[in-house]
Write a protein that binds this ligand. Structure first.
Ligand code: SF4
Length: 113
């Protein structure tokens, strides 16, 4: 597979292949690119950002506190879709603990009184 390393602004183009049981990353210019390529090939992960509604109708921006498995992104978005949270909310407040059993929390990235 071909992709771009997103670990720094250099954006090195990566070519990732599998030879036997070994994942081979080419095109990177540092070890972070190797690590990113191996993860992207074997178990891609993402930070998910979204908006959730409050009881007053305002919306609060949120994100996963850590990377989550790319396979459960839509489950996480579904979990966020129908909740209504109480105000006030401060940056860093946990909105959902262990979202979708991922072990990762959803946290607020904005504050609303
Ligand atoms: S391989 Fe290294 S230099 Fe290239 S984008 Fe990734 S982190 Fe940056």
């Amino acid at each position: 597979m071909n992709t771009i390393c997103i670990m720094c602004p250099m954006g090195c183009p990566l070519e990732i292949t599998e030879s036997g049981n070994v994942i081979v990353v080419k095109g990177n210019t540092c070890k972070r690119g190797t690590d990113y390529g191996v993860q992207e090939y074997s178990a891609p992960k993402r930070v998910v950002t979204s908006l959730v509604h409050t009881e007053t109708g305002k919306v609060v921006s949120v994100k996963t506190a850590e990377l989550i498995d790319k396979k459960i992104i839509f489950n996480v978005l579904d979990a966020l879709k129908n909740i209504r949270i109480k105000l006030p909310i401060k940056i860093g407040d946990v909105i959902i603990h262990n979202v979708c059993g991922s072990g990762v929390n959803i946290v607020a990235t904005s504050s609303i009184e």
